[in-house]
Design a protein around this ligand. Sequence first.
Ligand SMILES: [Zn+2]
Length: 273
Amino acid sequence: MFARILPVLCCLGLVAGCANDVTPRKFHNAPEIKGPELSLAFLRPDRRGMEDVLPTKGRLAGRTIPVSSVYDIRLKPREVVLTFDDGPVPGRTDSILDTLDEFGVKATFLMVGEMAHRHPETVRKVAARGHSIGSHSWGHPNLAKMSFDQAVAEIKRGEEAIRAAGAGPVKFFRFPYLADTSRLRTYMAARGVVVLDVDIDSKDYFKTGPTQVAARTMSTLHRQGGGIILFHDLQTRTAAMLPGFLAMLKREGYSVVHIVPADRPSMRLVFAN
Ligand SMILES: [Zn+2]
């Protein structure tokens, strides 16, 4: 159901969830923050860690960071992590993969289980191209509004669909609409699954053109200095803006950090960057 109607509804701007997906609540309302936050992690002093795998100077492809908890994602100024939610979508996801290859960078795809179930060949393609894959639930519900047991079932079903499609164990997760609860975050952490929050919202679900998406994202990036960027491979405008956006990142001296699950850091991935 989700796979059939969401692209259409998102394009029409009729799904509040698409917009809620990137609510800035977590970064502007400190009292509500339940878990460790990623926002502005790169500004904290003395956090340079052992995750420094590769030098980044003069290259768009930056470090590869093995991640076993949110605390491992410690970015420096001008470092970004690219994340793509709500796919995979044949065509749009393929275009994004080609662009990422063109620039030699790796991203993280937070997939909806139902989409992965429908398009397993695209899931395998994302994995084969060396990107990280995480889950975004099975059907993209607001997990914070469900019972704990229902939410857990949704999460597990999504993970299983992605695993069954050929992505291997799922170690990253993003809450649909960024709607979490402290109990669910604790549950995910206990299972060794890293919840990815958002620092920079591209708002690529707004009905604007690719140029506006790139400009808006760069503007936020300039203010924040770096961080985890949220895109949606569901959106055609995102695929369209990505080459220009990555060119801007490169021109301005940013580097794209690849996060990988710490329990299976691939040497191939480390040295491929
Ligand atoms: Zn989403």
